[in-house]
Every structure is written in structure tokens, then in C-alpha cells.
Design a protein around this ligand. Structure first.
Ligand code: SAH
Ligand code: SF4
Ligand code: F3S
Length: 437
């Protein structure tokens, strides 16, 4: 059988980056990547289980595939649904041959050899592993900005969240291997990296060097040729002042922090087991607001967690006004397998969750319109990532992660370059401007 594969990725940036590593590993084993499932003999889905909708998407895709392109092909399920459902997948979808979670990807080549030797089903589901999946073979998708994993797994136990079950306990990479990879990326022409982990703040170098996250951040920012360093995600409990000091003193560290709050109510935060109060969260926001650099702040919010009253919800709305986030992601609470909140009573009806999320997004939209309009007239440095030929516009991101579309310098190739742009107009979700001569 021809060694060709197709892979589709769902979920977060960690999954997207895992797929880049899997692709590199498969290519190294002599497999060729194809753009459609029809053209490939191996089909992989790298799956997400964070909300029920994400999981359903995967099973819908599988059903569809089984009816059409799936015949005679080898199907593999990777990622968080694979880890969560394990061997049960084979009952639900008997046409699947391989089930592997992210802690087992180092074993993929061996698993594929087993399939080729005639095994009908293989699994990689062990989570009690010390291993991290660092591979020099990674095939990165984006030519301008590179993902770089620094820590895998999560040791928190937020009552709603599957991640500790689907990705296992925390494992930090050695600082030496992170810095090495970042240097290699600069050699390959990258000037922007995004450090990844479910909770980057609890990073701790396992080697005797013992660097904490702020130290690592600073060191990566100091690599000659590195222009921009971003990081996601921060857990507020482990977000310490030295991280802000690092951002303040090192202009290569982007002035943007994604600090998921989930709720503005202490009751709900307690029920979620988030390990901080609203006051402690606001303390971190104050550090950023008092910083010499204007640090953009974004967040995640869950609406309709079991027991969330109208009063709790109002406290979340009130928090939006207090913090004035630059952007946010809002989600309706979705009950997930294995999680503590599954046992909670007082589930909020779907229509009520919808009402709350709509109200919240409306409130936030007004904040973004107001905040973004304050940027009109400013000159911002844009890392150019794309070009809309039809609109005659370049597009890219500012250090604070605003999307800034701009005109000018049409005859040049600006892709991957840093350009100063004057902001002329502001919408709720993006800015428009003109390159400064
Ligand atoms: N490790 C990160 C994010 C993990 S998942 C952190 O701790 O912030 C990304 C976001 O999905 C979370 O911040 C949360 O807002 C949302 N989320 C996670 N589980 C959810 C669930 N069961 N229902 C709805 N949203 C959820
Ligand atoms: Fe999930 Fe909480 Fe861990 Fe984030 S910190 S991955 S929300 S358990
Ligand atoms: Fe989804 Fe797994 Fe990421 S559940 S959000 S792909 S860690």
C-alpha cells in the first residue's frame, strides 16, 4: 500500500502544534502528506474534547468518512478524544485501527509498523509517562510564526475541564532543549515564537539549572535575531510579578497576556476550583495596568456553570467593565466526562446560557469599539503575515496582538517583515491603517 496520509486537526494551538510534529515524524518514516482524505491511504484526525460540540464534530466527520472516502483506508484517531475514550472508540467506530493520545506520539512509528505487519488495532494510551514529544522533525505550517511547546499536561483540576485527563500530568521540557529549538528557529528565519502549554506559568526546568517561566521567557527573548515572543496559556494562580517585570524590561516579549478568568463571581470561581478569588485576579490585572508598557489583556469566560445565578453573571459583566479586556473568548458551559462538575446540581438551561453569552458578547463589543478607537492615530509595528490582493491590503499583528490591515508599499514583498503602520480606523475586531513612509 502506498504510504500516503491525510491529517485534520481540531482544537487548540497545542493540538495544531502536535499535528506539525506528527506530520514531521510521518514524513521522516517515508509517508507523503496529501491534501484530501480521498488521495491518502492513512487518515488521521487529531481531536479535541474540550466541549461536547467539539467531540461531536469528530464523530460526525468519522461517520461521513466511513460512508465515502473511508473504504479500504487505515483510520487513526489522535488527540484528546482518543485519550479520553480509549479502547471504547473501537466499539463506537469499529473501522478505526489506531487510537493514540498526545503522550504516545513518540511511539507512532512503531504503532504504524505494527499495523503494517498485520495487526488490526493498535493503541497508545499510557499517560504515566515522563516523556515530552520534542522532535527536530517538526513540519511547521506558518512560515512567519512558530509554536514551541515548553510544558505538556496540566496539574490543575478545574471542575469543568477534561484536559488533565486527556493530556496527563505536567511535564516541563528542559530549558536547554527549549532554547536550542528557539535558536534553530531563528536560524531557519523565524523571528516570532509562541511558547505553548496548558499552564505555562508552572513551567519549571527539570534540569539542575531549574529556571522558572519568567527566566525562560527572558532568555528566549534574548536570543539574537528573535523579535517577538508570545506565550499561552497563563493560569492566574501561577502568574507571578516577575513575568510582568520580564515583559517590562525586554521589548522582544510581546505586550499581550492571555489570562483566563472564567467568571467574575467568587462563588463560581470556588465551585470551579480555580484556586483564586476575584480580588487575587484583579491584583494581577493591576500589576499589568501599572506596567510601563501598555500590556493588552485577553481572557476566556464560561457562562452558565452549574449554580451560576443572575447575580453571579452580573458580577462577570461587571468584571468586563473593570478590566476592559482587549478581546475575549466566551463559552457556554458544556458538561464533560470524568470532570467533577458533572456531579453538580442546578444545571443552567441552554436558552439561559445563550442569553448570558449574547449579553456578555454585546457588552464586550462596546468595550472593544471604545478601546480600539483610542488607537486611531497611533503608529504600531506590524509583523506582516498575509496579503489580500483584492483589497490591496497587507495584514498582520501588532505586538499587543491586534489585527492591523494596511495599505501602501504595494510593490514590495512585505511578508514576514516588520512595518510601521499608522492606525486610521478602528472596528471592534481589527484596525486599518497605512504604512508609514
Ligand atoms: N489551560 C487553559 C485553557 C484550557 S481550555 C487555561 O487554564 O486557561 C480553553 C478554554 O476552554 C478554557 O479557558 C475555558 O474557558 C474553556 N472550557 C474548558 N472546559 C470547558 C467546558 N467544559 N465548557 C465550556 N468551556 C470550557
Ligand atoms: Fe483545564 Fe484548568 Fe488545566 Fe486549564 S488549568 S487546562 S482549564 S484544568
Ligand atoms: Fe481540545 Fe485537547 Fe486542546 S481538549 S482544547 S485539543 S488540550
Amino acid at each position: 500500500m502506498e504510504k500516503t496520509f491525510y491529517i485534520e486537526t481540531f482544537g487548540c494551538q497545542m493540538n495544531a502544534h502536535d499535528s506539525e510534529k506528527v506530520i514531521g515524524t510521518l514524513i521522516d518514516q517515508g509517508y507523503a502528506q496529501r491534501e484530501t482524505p480521498e488521495e491518502a491511504n492513512y487518515i488521521f484526525y487529531n481531536t479535541c474534547s474540550i466541549r461536547d460540540k467539539a467531540e461531536q464534530k469528530v464523530f460526525n466527520r468519522l461517520m461521513h468518512l466511513k460512508k465515502s472516502a473511508g473504504r479500504g483506508k487505515v483510520l487513526g484517531l489522535l488527540g484528546c478524544v482518543a485519550q479520553q475514550e480509549g479502547e471504547k472508540i473501537f466499539e463506537r467506530a469499529p473501522y478505526i485501527s489506531l487510537v493514540a493520545g498526545s503522550a504516545s506520539y513518540t511511539k507512532l512509528p512503531e504503532m504504524l509498523r505494527q499495523l503494517e505487519a498485520g495487526d488490526r488495532r493498535v493503541t497508545g494510551l499510557s499517560l504515566d509517562t515522563e516523556e515530552t514529544f520534542d522532535t527536530p522533525l517538526t513540519r511547521r505550517d506558518n512560515p512567519y510564526k512558530a509554536f514551541l511547546t515548553i510544558i505538556e499536561g496540566c496539574d490543575k483540576a478545574c471542575a469543568y475541564c477534561v484536559v488533565p485527563f486527556t493530556r496527563g500530568p505536567e511535564r516541563s521540557r528542559t530549558a536547554a532543549s527549549v532554547v536550542d529549538e528557539a535558536k534553530r528557529l531563528v536560524d531557519q528565519g523565524y523571528t516570532e515564537v509562541q511558547l505553548l502549554g496548558q499552564n505555562v506559568n508552572s513551567y519549571r526546568d527539570p534540569s539542575p539549572t531549574g529556571w522558572d517561566f519568567a527566566t525562560l521567557l527572558n532568555e528566549v527573548g534574548n536570543i539574537p535575531g528573535m523579535k517577538r515572543v508570545r506565550f499561552t496559556t497563563s493560569h492566574p494562580r501561577d502568574f507571578v510579578k516577575p513575568i510582568i517585570d520580564a515583559i517590562e524590561s525586554n521589548p522582544n516579549l510581546c505586550n499581550h497576556v492571555h489570562l483566563p478568568v472564567q467568571s467574575g463571581s467568587d462563588y463560581v470561581l470556588g465551585a470551579m476550583d480555580r484556586l483564586y478569588t476575584r480580588e487575587q485576579y484583579m491584583q494581577r490585572i493591576e500589576w499589568m495596568k501599572n506596567s510601563k508598557r501598555p500590556i493588552a489583556i485577553t481572557t476566556d469566560i464560561i457562562l452558565g456553570f452549574p449554580g451560576e445565578t443572575e447575580e453571579d453573571f452580573q458580577q462577570t459583566l461587571d468584571l468586563l467593565d473593570e478590566v476592559e479586556y482587549d478581546a475575549l473568548f466566551a463559552f457556554k458551559y458544556s458538561p464533560r466526562p470524568n470532570t467533577a462538575a458533572l456531579q453538580f446540581e442546578d444545571h443552567i438551561p441552554e436558552e439561559e446560557k445563550t442569553r448570558r453569552i449574547q449579553m456578555l458578547l454585546e457588552r464586550q463589543r462596546a468595550i472593544q469599539i471604545r478601546k480600539n478607537s483610542e488607537l486611531v492615530g497611533a503608529v504600531e509595528e506590524v509583523h506582516v503575515e498575509g496579503r489580500h490582493e483584492m483589497l490591496n491590503q497587507w495584514t498582520g499583528k501588532t505586538t499587543s496582538h491586534h489585527t492591523l490591515n494596511f495599505t501602501g508599499r504595494d510593490s514590495e514583498d512585505l511578508l514576514g517583515r516588520y512595518v510601521n503602520v499608522r492606525v486610521l480606523r478602528a472596528g471592534p475586531n481589527s484596525l486599518t491603517g497605512e504604512a508609514v513612509q
